[in-house]
Design a protein around this ligand. Structure first.
Ligand code: AAL
Length: 372
C-alpha cells in the first residue's frame, strides 16, 4: 500500500472530506454593534477570547486599542503612540443575545501601573471558568511590542462574575522559557481548557529571526488557575499555527491550525491532548478563531465540538499607515450534534477577482518578461 493510501486509513476519519467530522468550510458574517472610526487606525478590536454563555447572554473579551494615532512601529512609539496594533491596549468585553449583534460593555482589564506585569499593554486574552470563578489570562507586555520582538509573558486576573470586577494576580503566571529554550521570548495566545481535572493551557511562542519567525504551540498544565503551571516535556506539541484555538472532541482535543508553519490550514486532533495528528486540510480558516465551546470547562470525555465563534480580520483597509483590526463571526460544522452538508463541501468556489487580487507584482512581471 502506498504512503498516501496508508494515510487514508490512519489519519482521516473518512476518505472524503464531506464525511469527515473534523473537516469544515468556514462562513463569515459582519458583526453589528462596534464602531471602528471608519477604520482610520485609531481604534482596533482583535484576538477575541472563547465565547462564554452566562445568564442567557454570550460574552466575549478582546484586545481593544484606542490611540490618537495608528501604530507607528517600535522606533517611533512612545507613551501615547503605539508600536503595533496591540500596543497600549486594554482588555474590553461585549455581550450578545444572538452572536451577531453585540453590545460593547467597556473595559475589563486595564493596563496596571509600571512596573507591574502588563503595564505597557494587556492583550490577547482567553477565559476560564473554574469552580464558579472566572479567570482571564492575557499577554502582559512590559515594553512596546517590536523593540526586540513581540516579547511578553502571560498574566491573569480573576472575578466572581463575567461582568467583573476583575482582580489582577499581578504576577507572571506562565513564564517565558529559559535562555535558549524555544519559548524564551514570548508566551502568546493563552488558551485554557479543562481536562482530567486540570487546566490545560495551550499557548504559542515564536523563535528564530524576522522575517522567518517560527511559530509553534506549547502546553502548560496546572491544578490551580493561579498556577504553578508545568510545561509539557514534549513541547512544542503543535509545529504550526498562530492564534491556535482548540476544543474537546470525543475523548480528545481538536485544534484549528492556520496561518504559519508547514501544517498551516489543517484541523488537527490529539486523542491524548498532547500528540496531534492532521485530521483534515481546509481553507479560509478564521484568523484568531475564538469558538463558542459549550464543554470547554466541563472536563468532558465526549467533546461535542463547535459550530460558531468570533475571529478577526487584521489590517482591514490594507493600508499599513492605518493598521487596525475588526471582529467577525464565523460558522462551521465541526460538531457531533449537527450535520450541515453546505459546510462540508470541500471546494470553496472563488470568483475570478479573488485570483486577480493575488496578481504578479511589478518585480515579478519584470523578471518574467526579462527572462523571455
Ligand atoms: C496576535 C497574537 C498575539 C501576538 C499578536 C497580538 O495574532 O498571536 O497577540 O502577540 O498577534
Amino acid at each position: 500500500m502506498s504512503a498516501a493510501m496508508e494515510r487514508i486509513y490512519t489519519d482521516y476519519t473518512a476518505p472524503q472530506p464531506q464525511n469527515n467530522e473534523l473537516f469544515s468550510q468556514f462562513k463569515y458574517t459582519e458583526l453589528e454593534g462596534f464602531d471602528y472610526h471608519d477604520h482610520d487606525g485609531t481604534i482596533s478590536r482583535r484576538d477575541p477570547s472563547k465565547i462564554l454563555r452566562y445568564n442567557d447572554k454570550y460574552y466575549v473579551w478582546y484586545t481593544h486599542r484606542q490611540t490618537p494615532t495608528p501604530p507607528q512601529g517600535a522606533a517611533k512609539s512612545n507613551d501615547t503612540i503605539p508600536s503595533s496594533d496591540w500596543d497600549l491596549s486594554e482588555i474590553w468585553y461585549a455581550t450578545s443575545k444572538d452572536g451577531f449583534t453585540w453590545e460593547e460593555q467597556g473595559v475589563a482589564i486595564q493596563r496596571p501601573e509600571k512596573p507591574l506585569v502588563g503595564w505597557r499593554s494587556v492583550t490577547t486574552t482567553d477565559i476560564l471558568e473554574w469552580e464558579g470563578k472566572y479567570y482571564l489570562y492575557y499577554q502582559g507586555f512590559m515594553e512596546a511590542s517590536g523593540k526586540r520582538g513581540d516579547d511578553c509573558p502571560v498574566a491573569v486576573s480573576y472575578a466572581d462574575s463575567p461582568d467583573g470586577p476583575w482582580t489582577p494576580h499581578n504576577q507572571i503566571v506562565i513564564p517565558n522559557g529559559a535562555e535558549g529554550e524555544w519559548d524564551q521570548y514570548s508566551i502568546h495566545d493563552p488558551y485554557p481548557l479543562v481536562h482530567n481535572g486540570k487546566i490545560y493551557l495551550y499557548y504559542k511562542s515564536d523563535f528564530g529571526e524576522k522575517p522567518h519567525l517560527v511559530r509553534m504551540q506549547g502546553l502548560a498544565i496546572a491544578e490551580d488557575p493561579l498556577g504553578p503551571f508545568t510545561k509539557h516535556p514534549l513541547n512544542p506539541v503543535i509545529t504550526s499555527g498562530h492564534e491556535t484555538s482548540l476544543f474537546p472532541f470525543k475523548e480528545g482535543v481538536a485544534a484549528l491550525v492556520y496561518k504559519d508553519g508547514p501544517e498551516h490550514n489543517t484541523i488537527q486532533y490529539a486523542r491524548d491532548w498532547v500528540n496531534f495528528e492532521i485530521a483534515s486540510i481546509t481553507e479560509l480558516m478564521p484568523y484568531a478563531a475564538a469558538p463558542y465551546v459549550p464543554d470547554a470547562f466541563s472536563d468532558t470525555k465526549d467533546g461535542r465540538g463547535i459550530t460558531w465563534g468570533l475571529a478577526h480580520f487584521i489590517n482591514v483597509t490594507s493600508n499599513w499607515n492605518k493598521f487596525s483590526s475588526k471582529l467577525v463571526r464565523f460558522d462551521c460544522d465541526l460538531s457531533q450534534d449537527i450535520h450541515d452538508p453546505d459546510m462540508k463541501k470541500h471546494r470553496v468556489v472563488h470568483q475570478p477577482d479573488v485570483y486577480y487580487r493575488q496578481g504578479l507584482n511589478a518585480k515579478q512581471r519584470k523578471r518574467i518578461l526579462e527572462a523571455q
